[in-house]
Design a protein around this ligand. Structure first.
Ligand code: FES
Length: 143
């Protein structure tokens, strides 16, 4: 969420500059701000401003999103980074290690789904009793 303060940083970026330099829409910049993934402040003219390190934060957010990391997890991971500087190489290594287990779980889930789909090819029954895609983990049997 935005913080109301005056920042003397003349190198601060407008929301349009952040969007253009990050390759995302202005509305996405606002969304990240309201979701507390990035932060901004208002200048004396009541215009929203961002420090330059927000560009690296957005890059990390986009990479994590493309890997399927939920925004809540991204927010949690970014919240432990220092706010006074851009994430550096060590920060990125720590984040990527943290997200590797999430990615490995997703890969295992997708591999299982792919194997189950292979078993179903040519069947088409979609039976609640027999089909692992329709009834994963045999939930119906437990009922
Ligand atoms: S479609 Fe028949 S077992 Fe899945």
């Amino acid at each position: 969420m935005s913080e109301k303060r005056i920042n003397p940083d003349k190198r601060a970026l407008s929301v349009g500059e952040v969007a253009r330099r990050s390759g995302i829409r202005v509305s996405t910049v606002h969304y990240y701000d309201t979701q507390r993934l990035i932060s901004s402040w208002r200048n004396q003219g009541n215009q929203r401003r961002f420090s330059r390190d927000v560009l690296r934060r957005i890059a990390l957010i986009k990479i994590a999103q493309s890997a399927g990391i939920p925004l809540d997890d991204i927010r949690q991971a970014l919240s432990v980074l220092p706010h006074h500087r851009a994430p550096d190489r060590q920060d990125w290594e720590a984040l990527s290690r943290q997200w590797q287990s999430v990615l490995e779980e997703k890969i295992a889930d997708l591999t299982l789904l792919k194997d189950q789909m292979n078993d179903c090819i040519g069947c088409g029954c979609l039976s609640l009793e027999l089909c692992p895609l329709r009834n994963p983990g045999d939930i119906e049997a437990e009922r």
